[in-house]
Design a protein around this ligand. Structure first.
Ligand SMILES: Cc1cc2nc3c(=O)[nH]c(=O)nc-3n(C[C@H](O)[C@H](O)[C@H](O)COP(=O)(O)OP(=O)(O)OC[C@H]3O[C@@H](n4cnc5c(N)ncnc54)[C@H](O)[C@@H]3O)c2cc1C
Ligand SMILES: *[C@@H]1O[C@H](CO)[C@@H](O)[C@H](O)[C@H]1NC(C)=O
Ligand SMILES: *[C@@H]1O[C@H](CO)[C@@H](O)[C@H](O)[C@H]1NC(C)=O
Ligand SMILES: *[C@@H]1O[C@H](CO)[C@@H](O)[C@H](O)[C@H]1NC(C)=O
Ligand SMILES: *[C@@H]1O[C@H](CO)[C@@H](O)[C@H](O)[C@H]1NC(C)=O
Length: 590
């Protein structure tokens, strides 16, 4: 493919958006005209192991009373249950019942989506758990109130986002995790016959049980309502400042103390970082900025298809130069369009009301013809996500290790820039038993996934080494709602209060009706997180230990990492003779 063609495609992608789009489809599909014989998927249309998840039945309660009745009936009948949401944004199999369960029930919060109360005086909002972040921001905003820190994407529900510990970026206040702003929460759990098989538990901030329920992975029962602490609306002043990445290791530990909403977007192969300088300003500072992030806008399906085709061609021809060229063009265009931020034509700093800039997601809107870029009904973006947090005390070492990898192969990480590089956000220590254990930096790494699970990716060994560096050398914690299986190996042992979590689980859901094989594995109650089979390392289902776990017939063999000797990664063998020499030089020089 010629360079000009690549440039043209990228330009088209970022400059043309059709006004018409279709909303993401419901993740639950049942036998025609019934709520029986169903399947459930996620927003990407694929779980890490690509299983198709089935359920005997799906129910769509509209009130807490209905939830109680549903949980009671299912408990009496000892049916397994899973709680699902309108958009199903998590990657791992959290919403799946066990394969082979003939009787399992999906409880969707799609219609449990009402704002219950906005308390202006005490600055609080009470919502049903299926309310989306978009609804919450919009309704609170009308009352002049805001949630100070949130994830960046509108299409999450309150129940779902607290369920996996979702967050924005801040070290200030109580930090960037929404679950740390819960004032009160109501959860419907199973109960014994004497209690009519279901029970509503009302937990106030300060109750030890709440620290289990804040981040629950859906295994404790159905959160029906959540009350969150808000603030009066304020304004922010935002500048995206491009710098080289030579000081990133140092700055990572300090930048978040200097700016309330700081984050970084890192392009390691380009040695560039976008520092987000983002602070509160006085409410009378002029400006009405809007964040309509380019990656969350409705995007024409033909343009998505050409982008994907280009990426597939560059992958299948091992065209590293093409990837790097596409990378610089893509990031250049994003920069020139201020990533989708506008401020009535004036440049940085962009000053605007918090509720207009804290999150976005116009691709959720409903029309025909365009979709969210990852919509699985069209040929669009399809990717893996490796997302983890590293303690601020260790983050410099990790960043420098990634920089050493780039020095060994400058083109290897160009593959990240088509997904706008590595997003780095601040999170703080939480009381939640499955929440962050220390003040940390979260790394969000998004990269090409082949439609063919047996097909190796360009420079996949580098990404596998980074994944293993993070989780095993630097003790990173996985984002519960993202990642591939490898990320969760041994993860539960990194949480000091996991026993307390399991005690609450035992008392709320004695028979484990809300648990599945996957949640048991993640919680360390069952083996089998690694799925060892032919090609398993290509999809992050295992860490390779034999060549057959990679793709030996396509030249990819299981080898040690380049700088992290304990890593085992799928390496293109025609590179590996040089590598073995490089490794020798490095290990003798160390
Ligand atoms: C485009 C996109 C952008 C994202 N951006 C961010 C970001 O900026 N920051 C971030 O941290 N994460 C982000 N995520 C990840 C996301 O926050 C998590 O995956 C989140 O858990 C998804 O929420 P959901 O409402 O889709 O819930 P689901 O994915 O459907 O469910 C998540 C878990 O919560 C449980 N659950 C749901 N509702 C309830 C309930 N009422 N009671 C009890 N349990 C319940 C489910 O059973 C499941 O275990 C993003 C995801 C996408 C697709
Ligand atoms: C669901 O599937 C089963 C077995 O395939 C079948 O017997 C039953 O009639 C189906 N139910 C509905 C409502 O489609
Ligand atoms: C629960 O079971 C009772 C008794 O069988 C029934 O009347 C009721 O409709 C059921 N509730 C739901 C939500 O299915
Ligand atoms: C936006 O810019 C136009 C023209 O420059 C100006 O007339 C208008 O008042 C501005 N609006 C705001 C909200 O600043
Ligand atoms: C392996 O790398 C070499 C050198 O870059 C390249 O020519 C070859 O196509 C690659 N093979 C595979 C299977 O990716």
């Amino acid at each position: 493919m010629s360079d000009t063609k690549i440039i043209k495609l990228s330009l088209i992608f970022f400059m043309i958006y059709l006004v018409n789009s279709s909303p993401p489809e419901d993740p639950i599909k049942c036998s025609y005209d019934t709520n029986f014989n169903c399947t459930i998927t996620n927003t990407y249309g694929a779980f890490p192991d690509r299983t198709i998840c089935k359920a005997a039945q799906a129910v769509f309660p509209t009130t807490e009373e209905e939830v109680i009745s549903i949980v009671a009936n299912a408990t009496r009948e000892k049916r397994k249950m899973k709680i699902t949401t309108r958009f199903s944004s998590s990657i791992p199999k959290l919403v799946c019942l066990d394969n082979g369960d003939q009787d399992g029930l999906l409880i969707s919060t799609k219609f449990l989506n009402k704002i219950i109360k906005i308390d202006q005086e005490n600055m609080m909002i009470t919502v049903e758990s299926g309310v989306t972040l978009r609804q919450l921001i919009s309704e609170a905003g009308k009352a002049g109130l805001v949630l100070p820190y949130t994830p960046y994407w509108w299409g999450l529900t309150i129940g779902g986002l607290i369920g996996t510990g979702a967050h924005g970026s801040s070290l200030w206040g109580l930090g960037s995790s929404v679950h740390d702003y819960i004032v009160q929460l109501r959860i419907v759990t199973p109960a014994d016959a004497a209690n009519n098989y279901a029970k509503v538990r009302i937990l106030e901030n300060g109750s030890p049980d709440l620290n289990a329920v804040r981040v629950s992975l859906g295994v404790l029962g159905v959160v029906s309502q959540v009350t969150l602490k808000l603030e009066r609306v304020f304004k922010r002043s935002i500048t995206f400042s491009e710098r080289d990445d030579s000081n990133l290791g140092e700055d990572a530990a300090t930048f978040g103390r200097q700016h309330e909403f700081a984050d970084f977007t890192w392009y390691p192969s380009q040695h560039k970082v976008i520092y987000r300088i983002d602070d509160r300003v006085s409410i009378d500072t002029p400006g009405n900025a809007l964040n309509d992030f380019l990656g969350f806008r409705p995007t024409d399906q033909y343009l998505l298809a050409s982008l994907r085709t280009l990426e597939e061609i560059l992958e299948s021809t091992n065209n590293a130069d093409g990837k790097c060229l596409d990378a610089t063009k893509t990031t250049g265009i994003l920069k020139s369009l201020s990533y989708g931020w506008t401020n009535n034509g004036t440049g940085y700093p962009m000053v605007g009301f918090h509720d207009r800039v804290q999150a976005s997601g116009t691709c959720l809107d409903s029309h025909e013809g365009a979709t969210c870029p990852w919509d699985h009904r069209v040929k669009g973006l399809f990717f893996h996500q490796t997302t983890f947090t590293i303690s601020l005390s260790k983050v410099k070492g990790f960043i420098e290790d990634v920089q050493r990898l780039v020095a060994l192969e400058p083109k290897a990480l160009c593959v990240l820039d088509l997904y706008n590089g590595i997003l780095m956000r601040y999170v703080t220590t939480s009381n939640a038993y499955l929440g962050k254990q220390e003040d940390s930096l979260d790394f969000d790494i998004t990269y090409y996934r082949s439609k063919d699970p047996m097909s190796p990716r360009l420079f996949e060994d580098f990404l596998e080494e980074i994944e293993q560096l993070a989780f095993f050398k630097y003790g990173a914690l996985p984002h519960w709602g993202k990642n591939r299986n490898v990320a969760f190996i041994g993860a539960i042992n990194k949480y000091k209060n996991v026993d307390k979590f399991l005690q609450v689980k035992q008392s709320y859901d004695h028979f484990g009706l809300f648990s599945s094989e996957w949640t048991d594995q993640v919680l360390g109650l069952k083996d089998g997180l690694s799925i060892v089979k032919e090609g398993c390392a290509l999809e992050g289902l295992c860490i390779c230990s034999k060549d057959i776990h990679c793709a030996p017939n396509k030249g990819y063999f299981c080898r040690p990492g380049r700088i992290y000797k304990d890593a085992r990664v799928c390496t293109n063998s025609s590179l590996s003779t040089i590598d073995i020499q490089t490794r020798k030089t490095i290990s003798t020089s160390m």
